[in-house]
Design a binder for this molecule. Sequence first.
Ligand SMILES: Cc1cc2nc3c(=O)[nH]c(=O)nc-3n(C[C@H](O)[C@H](O)[C@H](O)COP(=O)(O)O)c2cc1C
Length: 132
Amino acid sequence: MIDADIYQIKEVDEYPFDYHECTLRASDELKNNARPQILDPLESIDEYDTIYLGYPNWWSTMPTIVMTFLESYDFTNKHIYPICSHEGSGMGRSESNLKKLCPNSIVYKGLSIYGSHVDGCRQQLERGLGGK
Ligand SMILES: Cc1cc2nc3c(=O)[nH]c(=O)nc-3n(C[C@H](O)[C@H](O)[C@H](O)COP(=O)(O)O)c2cc1C
């Protein structure tokens, strides 16, 4: 929809495909305030001033590996638009966590989308991010 580079945050230690197992690992990571290692991290984000940060809602916040990403770079004065897929909890605590992790960024109101409806979410994205 927009002329932007795309970067996917991938994990070194693959998350289980099984949903239940994945929830267990994610829960442990959250309790232990883990920062899972990112595979092929970006060298820098200096050339970007606007970031559309997409992630799934895991236990009412962002996956801890997204926290790894946010702590790996200097997001000072970057414009961040959070987009969160979920199955009922909306953005959860992810926006407040994002603001804590990136206190010097300009964080815009989040856009939450049902994970099971992402295939048909183009209009919602256009409305939510229109003109940005
Ligand atoms: C570990 C884990 C925890 C989740 N916790 C929540 C939650 O607290 N609230 C919620 O609405 N959905 C929760 N979900 C559902 C995900 O948000 C949903 O599967 C996701 O948005 C779909 O995107 P994906 O296909 O990229 O995984 C959870 C899913 C997983 C795997």
